[in-house]
Ligand binder design. Structure first.
Ligand code: FAD
Length: 571
C-alpha cells in the first residue's frame, strides 16, 4: 500500500516509509528506490534474497554486472579469471602494439560499488540442474591449482562461460599450434614471435633453417586470423627490419583458409580489398586449403579441389578456425536433452530450453530461431490440407501467438526484402479483431522458405554477448517490480504473453584491421576501407573500452608505438 501511495502521490517522495512485513523484514520506500526491500535481520533477509550464480567474467557477464542494479539479489560470480579482457585488442597484444595489462580490468573493480555481488576465482566443472547446484574448484591457473572444491546453490543461474578454440580434432593442433582466445595466449604468442627472430639470428642457423623458423602460418581467414597476419606483417616491416636486419628477408607469412575467400562474413568488396592488400604486402593467402595434420616440423594441407596433400615447414602456427563447446556445457546439455546441439539453445528471453531459471548468453548459447520456422511450417501444412487458400484464424493464432514479437528477425527480414505485405499479414493475424485472413499460400511459403534460409544464428561476437548481458540485467532489475505489481506501471506491462520484450540484437557494424594503418569497416549498409576507417577504428575501440583507466592505457600504448615503435624484449 505504501508503495502504491508513493506512486500515486509523488509529493511524498522525500519521506522514507518503513514498515514491517511478514517474516520480520522491513520494506523501505524512498524516492530513488521505491520498491526495494531492505532487510532488518541479515539472516532472514538473506533467505528472501534470490541467489543468482553467474558463471564467467567475459563480455556477457561483465555487461550484465555493470547494468545490474538490484540489491535484492544475492549475486555470486564464479570464473577462473578475475578480470575482464577486451578481446578485440588481443591481436594487438601479440606484437606489443598494446600491452596486456592495458586491455584488462579486474572484476572486483567493476563491481566494487555493488556489495551484493561477490566473486569467487574458480571454475565451474559441473552444473546439476535438478538439485540447482553448481560444482566448482579453484582455478587451475593459480597456486591452488584445482585443489579447493565447493558447491553453490542457486535460485537463478546465468551461464556465460564463452567457448574454447575448435581444433576439429585435427591431429597435432593441440600440441603444436598457438591459439588466440585468452590474454595468456596473446602473451605466449608475443614471446614465441620474438623467440623465432632471436633463434633465426643465431650464427649457427643455416639459411634453410632461418626460412623455416621465420615462416609464420595462420590457419583460418576470419577476422582474428586476418588481423594477426596483418599485425605480424606490420611488426616485421616497421620494427623487425630495423632490429633484426640480418634476418628480415627470410620472413614469410602464410594465411590458410579452407573456404573460397578470407573474411567471408564481410561484404564482398571488403573481402576483395583485403585479398588484394595482402597480395601487395606479400602475405601468401591460400584459399581452398584445409589443414589435415600438424607435426613439429610441418603443416600438411589438402587442396579442396584437387585433393592433393602437401606439407610445408613452419616456425610458428596460429590456429584460428572458430570456436567449440566447453566440456562443462557439453555435460550440461546431456543432462537437459540438448546433447545433439553445439551450444545451449535458449528462447528469445535467453532462458535455456527445458530448464527452470537458467539463462545462457554469449558464445556458449544461441537463440533457437529455427523453432519459429517449424511452427510456421505446421500452420502451412494444415492450410495445405484444406486447400482453400484461407487460413483458420483460430489455428493461426494458436500457433503463431506473438510471432512477430518473439521473432523480430522474421519481421525485419520481410520488411528489408520488400515483403512488407507478408509482414503486415503476420501483424494482422495477431490482431484479435481480425476474423479471417486470406493469403496466397504458395507465395507465402516461398517467402518463408527464403526467410528460413536467411535466418542464421547470431554471430559469436562481443557485440551480441554485451547486448545480451545488458538486456538480461534490465530484466532482472525489473523482475521484482513485475512480481509485486502485476498490474503495474504501464511501461512494464508490455505486449503479448510475456512480461518483457524478447532480446533484440542491434547489429552496429564490424571492423577488420588489415595492417599498415588501414581497416575495413562495415557499418549498417555502408562499407569503408582504407586509412580513414583506421581512425574510425581507433575512436570506436577507445570509446568501447570498459573504463577510463583502460582507455588511457590503450591510447598511450598507441602513442608510444607511434613514437618509439613496438617493444621486442622477450619478457
Ligand atoms: P568470454 O568473453 O569468452 O568469457 C567467458 C568467461 O567465462 C571468461 O571469463 C572465462 O574465464 C569464464 N569461464 C570459462 N570457463 C569457465 C568455467 N568452467 N566456469 C566459470 N567460468 C568459466 N567480437 C566482436 O564483437 N568484435 C571483435 O572485434 C572481436 N574480436 C575478437 C578478437 C579475438 C582475438 C577473440 C578471441 C574474440 C573476438 N571477438 C570479437 C569475439 C568475442 O570476444 C566473443 O564473442 C566474446 O568474448 C564472447 O563473450 P562471452 O561472455 O560469451 O565469453
Amino acid at each position: 500500500r505504501a508503495a502504491r501511495a508513493f506512486r500515486d502521490h509523488p509529493s511524498l517522495s522525500k519521506v522514507l516509509v518503513v514498515c514491517t512485513v511478514s517474516g520480520g523484514g522491513l520494506a523501505a520506500f524512498s524516492d530513488s528506490k521505491p520498491f526495494q526491500i531492505a532487510h532488518a535481520d541479515a539472516g532472514q533477509g538473506d533467505c528472501k534474497k534470490k541467489k543468482v550464480v553467474v558463471l564467467g567474467t567475459g563480455w556477457a557477464t561483465t555487461s550484465f554486472l555493470k547494468n545490474l542494479n538490484n540489491p535484492n539479489y544475492d549475486v555470486q560470480v564464479v570464473s577462473p579469471r578475475n578480470y575482464f579482457a577486451f578481446t578485440p585488442l588481443l591481436p594487438s597484444v601479440t606484437n606489443g602494439t598494446v600491452e596486456a595489462r592495458s586491455i584488462v580490468e579486474p572484476i572486483r573493480t567493476i563491481v566494487r560499488k555493488k556489495p551484493y555481488v561477490k566473486f569467487e576465482e574458480a571454475e565451474c566443472y559441473k552444473i546439476d540442474e535438478k538439485a540447482k547446484k553448481v560444482y566448482c574448484r579453484s582455478s587451475q591457473d593459480t597456486n591452488l591449482a584445482g585443489q579447493e572444491e565447493f558447491t553453490l546453490d542457486y535460485d537463478i543461474l546465468v551461464v556465460a562461460i564463452g567457448a574454447r578454440p575448435n581444433t576439429f580434432n585435427t591431429p597435432g593442433v593441440e600440441e603444436h599450434a598457438h591459439f588466440l582466445k585468452e590474454v595468456e595466449d596473446a602473451q605466449k604468442l608475443r614471446r614465441s614471435v620474438i623467440d623465432c627472430f632471436e633463434r633465426a639470428s643465431l650464427p649457427s642457423v643455416s639459411e634453410e633453417e632461418k626460412k623455416k623458423i621465420l615462416h609464420f602460418v595462420v590457419v583460418g581467414g576470419g577476422p582474428t586470423g586476418v588481423e594477426f597476419a596483418a599485425e605480424i606483417h606490420d611488426f616485421a616491416t616497421e620494427d623487425i627490419a630495423k632490429l633484426y636486419p640480418t634476418v628480415k628477408d627470410f620472413v614469410q607469412i602464410t594465411l590458410l583458409e579452407a573456404g573460397d575467400h578470407i573474411l567471408n562474413m564481410f561484404d564482398k568488396r571488403i573481402t576483395a580489398f583485403a585479398e588484394e592488400k595482402f597480395q601487395r604486402d606479400g602475405i601468401n593467402v591460400k584459399t581452398g586449403s584445409m589443414v589435415v595434420k600438424l607435426s613439429d616440423t610441418g603443416i600438411s594441407t589438402k587442396e579442396r579441389t584437387t585433393g592433393e596433400v602437401s606439407t610445408i615447414p613452419y616456425g610458428m602456427v596460429l590456429w584460428s578456425t572458430g570456436i567449440g563447446t566447453r566440456p562443462v556445457i557439453m555435460n550440461f546439455m546431456k543432462q537437459i536433452g540438448q546433447a545433439n546441439r553445439r551450444v545451449l539453445a535458449t528462447d528469445e528471453w535467453l532462458r535455456v530450453e527445458n530448464c527452470d531459471n537458467v539463462y545462457a548468453l554469449g558464445d556458449c548459447a544461441t537463440i533457437n530461431q529455427r523453432k519459429v520456422m517449424a511452427d510456421i511450417s505446421a500452420i502451412f501444412r494444415k492450410a495445405d490440407k484444406n486447400d482453400t487458400g484461407k487460413l483458420n484464424l483460430k489455428e493461426f493464432h494458436e500457433v503463431m501467438g506473438d510471432i512477430c514479437e518473439r521473432y523480430p528477425q522474421v519481421d525485419i527480414y520481410l520488411k528489408k526484402n520488400k515483403m512488407k505485405s507478408i509482414a503486415d499479414l503476420l501483424k494482422k493475424a495477431q490482431d484479435p479483431n481480425s476474423q479471417s485472413i486470406e493469403i496466397d499460400i504458395e507465395k507465402f511459403k516461398k517467402a518463408l522458405a527464403e526467410v528460413d534460409s536467411q535466418m542464421k544464428n547470431l554471430p559469436a561476437t562481443a557485440q551480441v554477448a554485451a547486448q545480451q548481458g545488458e538486456y538480461l540485467a534490465k530484466c532482472f532489475n525489473r523482475m521484482e517490480q513485475c512480481e509485486m505489481f502485476p498490474e503495474g506501471p504501464l511501461r512494464m506491462r508490455g505486449e503479448g504473453r510475456h512480461r518483457f520484450h524478447p532480446f533484440r540484437y542491434r547489429h552496429l557494424g564490424q571492423f577488420a584491421p588489415l595492417g599498415g594503418e588501414q581497416t575495413a569497416a562495415e557499418l549498417y549498409d555502408w562499407v569503408f576501407y582504407g586509412y580513414s576507417s583506421q581512425w574510425l577504428w581507433y575512436s570506436v575501440y577507445a570509446s568501447k573500452l570498459i573504463s577510463w583507466r583502460t582507455r588511457v592505457l590503450v591510447v598511450s600504448d598507441w602513442i608510444r608505438r607511434f613514437i618509439f615503435g613496438r617493444d621486442s624484449s622477450r619478457i
